[in-house]
Design a protein around this ligand. Sequence first.
Ligand SMILES: NC(=O)c1ccc[n+]([C@@H]2O[C@H](COP(=O)([O-])OP(=O)(O)OC[C@H]3O[C@@H](n4cnc5c(N)ncnc54)[C@H](O)[C@@H]3O)[C@@H](O)[C@H]2O)c1
Ligand SMILES: O=C(O)C(=O)C[C@]1(C(=O)O)C=C[C@@H](O)C=C1
Length: 361
Amino acid sequence: MRSATVIGTGAIGTSVALALTRNGVAVHLQDVNSTAARTAEAMGAGSLQTPQEPVDLAVLAVPPAHIATELARVQRSGLAHAYTDVASVKAGPHRDLHSESADAASYVGGHPLAGTERSGPLAGRADLFEGRPWVLTPSAHTEEAVLNRALELVALCAATPVIMDATSHDRAVALTSHAPHLVSSLMAARLGHAPEASIRVSGQGLRDVTRIAAGNPALWQDVLHANAEAVAEILDAYAADLGLVIGALRALASADPVARKRAADDVERLLEQGCEGRARIEHKPGTSLADLAAVTVTIPDQPNSLARVFAAVGEIGVNIEDVRIEHSPGQGQGLVELLVRRTAAPELSRLLGAGGWSASH
Ligand SMILES: NC(=O)c1ccc[n+]([C@@H]2O[C@H](COP(=O)([O-])OP(=O)(O)OC[C@H]3O[C@@H](n4cnc5c(N)ncnc54)[C@H](O)[C@@H]3O)[C@@H](O)[C@H]2O)c1
Ligand SMILES: O=C(O)C(=O)C[C@]1(C(=O)O)C=C[C@@H](O)C=C1
């Protein structure tokens, strides 16, 4: 791919543009918000100049409800040879192609399963999609060359392509993305009127559970509107489990030992099912959470501490599969949780300890 235009230079569009630019593609940027477009340009994501000839690929990174209209508009102007998008829902935009008289042959739907709760170009990162699934939803009309061009985009962003039909995609992400967003929002909403004394004793667990609740409400409203039925189905099942666990928690205080035992079993089963479900989210091909163990290192709040601990792990020769940091500004020290292969954890912990770090696993 030699040239591309990204339409919508928010968090995702700017990330795509940065990844393509880094790979030597000449990227052109468009946004209805000129500040967003200028910011993306200043970040090195591409140029605001109109391309002189059709680009190889146009990537629409605007909210889902605008995809079909924007697609028809840019197709009419002959902007590109091939078109794709990154919207979080696929069946709606596919359906709207017809009413907007968009050309289905030169378009393939797309959705990278990577993102951020932040909006706008400043949240863009060239490495956002690395190692993440990127769904492509070719229709019966999509030309092979167009699908191939989108596959090239996925490869340049270092993501992993997954081909699905639009409806199966929407059903799948109802479970893996859209319902989780609402669950996070529901929990975060409990905090709105909570006493300050309770908020003050929040740790990393609450931050993990509520991070995505900070996402742009307008964008999520659009996404949920387009996938409402499938999300409602997941939440129906969730509500049934929730009812069960609430009943069990109340029964734990019951005077009846049989009811107490049954309730304890119900709670235990649910917690175990949670661990099993969580273990199914693979970190990278061939590595599930069950294969990983955490080594926790205390780091002082001093310049270069994180870099030094990473360098120490590198010298020991252990690969860090994932990392979590628990730290608040003003705290004298932080905790870094290094997720490494389970088999490597004891030795890593020992060697870090020998090197002067306070480490445990
Ligand atoms: N945020 C995520 O985590 C995430 C992840 C994967 C995919 N997506 C999808 O990516 C798309 C963009 O999301 P985002 O998070 O980057 O949002 P964002 O709010 O950061 O950016 C959207 C940008 O689109 C621009 N825009 C809106 N309408 C436009 C139009 N008609 N023409 C040109 N520009 C227009 C806005 O001005 C804004 O700059 C959405 O379809 C979303 O569903 C989001
Ligand atoms: O990591 C996040 O912030 C996200 O919410 C990203 C996330 C998700 O994983 O659910 C959200 C919506 C997108 O369509 C794709 C990815």
